[in-house]
Unconditional design. Structure first.
Length: 44
C-alpha cells in the first residue's frame, strides 16, 4: 500500500489508506470507513 501511495504522491487527488477488521461479517469495517470518508471512488 505504501508503494501505491508513493506512485500517486504528485496528483491533486486525496488518497486514504484504511485497514479494516470484521470483513468476514458483512464488510462492517469497510462500511464504517466509507461512511466517514465519503469517497467519490472506493476500491475495497
Amino acid at each position: 500500500m505504501v508503494e501505491l501511495f508513493k506512485a500517486f504522491e504528485n496528483t491533486d487527488a486525496t488518497l486514504y489508506g484504511v485497514s479494516t477488521v470484521q470483513e468476514e461479517v458483512g464488510l462492517r469495517g469497510a462500511q464504517t470507513s466509507v461512511q466517514k470518508i465519503e469517497p467519490d471512488i472506493a476500491i475495497i
